[in-house]
Design a protein around this ligand. Structure first.
Ligand code: ADP
Ligand code: MG
Length: 383
């Protein structure tokens, strides 16, 4: 014959197993549903419900187990947090009743609510934090709730507090991820699409006043527009990976090729074909930083020459972008960027470099030309 202790340990094991399953859901309402179902099974009742307070005396969630969807649909509102439902929330202690109707805190059932008789309600809390209220009604064997049921349901409630707080933390970090994702897409749009469109605009502008536009020029412009459309498609499908190679030269050549340059500018590239050993999004970022720097030189500097010199020093990649154009107050520009004024391009470059564990330095002054140094780590192969 099984000892009482053996029986109790087995119940505990059942509870942990059932509650573990509740934590595996991603969405809070699914976690709540699973808790309500687990509580109903573990306590052997006909009905269970789990309420989550909204912090203003009402309920943010009320999830039930044991009632059919038809029964739920018949009741014209969810509990508002009065009566016994609210009593657990405000008193924060166990309430165990053999008859709901005879307790003065009961506010009665709304029309079409199935009849329920016995009641066991426990707060779901960890420390002083109240995560919810667990309600059980009507044991299937018809008996009233006893101390043992109370112990079981309190154990369930402790696990439920962990499950709910876990789901809330997961939800918060998902929201942070979404924000970061939005920012990333915004940056990519600026650095990629808007730059390209601007360049094409310049190209079209240059055609103004020309007596005649060649077929060749037009098809060049159409090609550039096709490239932009392709970029946008890439963003939409979250595929920023139209890379054909992952070596430094190929990546940067492709990035620079997409900058539209005034015709008189001489571009000099020194790009060693070293393998890039970094995550794909870092490679994208690197390409966009170089493209922004070259595009700034083309748009703002009116240079006769742009040089891009890359070198690998130990496990770092250094990319120098020089132009001999008009230059600008780089310190002033950075101050402006930090205050949210001025352009997004330089600020994005700083952020991208930082996110990769690197940095950029912009050295410029009016009349002096501009030097942008991008430094990012490149992990050695096989490390
Ligand atoms: N290579 C450069 N030569 C001259 N001026 C530059 C250069 N790069 C940036 N600038 C100046 O810094 C400003 C901010 O640049 P950026 O943040 O990329 O914004 P945007 O290109 O959108 O204007 C530019 O508007 C321009 O005045
Ligand atoms: Mg710019």
């Amino acid at each position: 014959m099984e000892t009482e202790l053996g029986h109790f340990l087995r119940r505990l094991q059942e509870i942990s197993q059932a509650m573990l399953y509740t934590t595996e859901a991603r969405e809070l309402h699914v976690v709540l549903d699973r808790i309500a179902h687990a509580a109903k099974e573990l306590a052997g009742t006909r009905y269970a419900a789990l309420g989550v307070p909204d912090g203003q005396g009402g309920l943010r969630y009320f999830r039930t187990a044991g009632m059919t969807p038809e029964e739920i649909a018949m009741i014209d509102h969810l509990p508002r947090g009065h009566g016994l439902i609210g009593a657990i929330m405000t008193e924060r202690r166990v309430i165990r009743l053999s008859s709901i109707q005879s307790d003065k805190r009961s506010s009665g059932f709304p029309p079409h609510h199935p009849p329920m008789t016995s009641f066991l309600g426990v707060p779901v809390q960890a420390g002083t934090q109240l995560y919810g209220m667990l309600y059980l009604c009507d044991k299937r064997n018809g008996e009233p709730f006893d101390e043992f049921d109370e112990l079981i349901v309190q154990t369930v409630a402790s696990y439920a507090a962990l499950a709910i707080s876990g789901a809330e933390v997961a939800n918060q970090s998902r929201q942070i991820q979404l924000l970061e994702e939005r920012e990333r897409i915004g940056m990519a749009l600026h650095d990629g699409v808007i730059q390209s469109l601007y360049g094409i605009g310049m190209q079209v502008n240059a055609l103004r006043g020309l007596p005649e536009v060649s077929e060749e020029t037009l098809s060049e412009i159409v090609h550039s527009l096709d490239d932009v459309i392709e970029d946008i498609r890439g963003f939409i499908s979250q595929l920023m990976t139209r890379r054909t190679a992952d070596n430094l030269r190929a990546v940067l050549e492709q990035a620079i090729k997409r900058v539209i340059l005034p015709p008189q500018v001489l571009v000099e590239l020194h790009l060693p074909p070293v393998p890039l050993n970094m995550p794909a999004d870092h490679i994208d970022s690197l390409a966009l930083m170089v493209r922004e720097a070259v595009s700034n030189a083309a748009r703002h500097a009116n240079p006769s020459r742009i040089q891009v010199f890359a070198e690998v020093v130990k496990n770092r990649i250094l990319i120098n972008i020089y132009d001999d154009g008009r230059g600008f107050e780089s310190d002033h520009a950075r101050d402006q960027a930090e205050q949210g004024k001025g352009g997004m391009g330089l600020m994005n470059m700083h952020q991208r470099a930082q996110a990769m564990g690197g940095s950029i330095v912009v050295d410029s002054a009016p009349g002096k030309g501009t030097h942008v140094l991008i430094m990012v780590p490149n992990a050695p192969l096989n490390s």
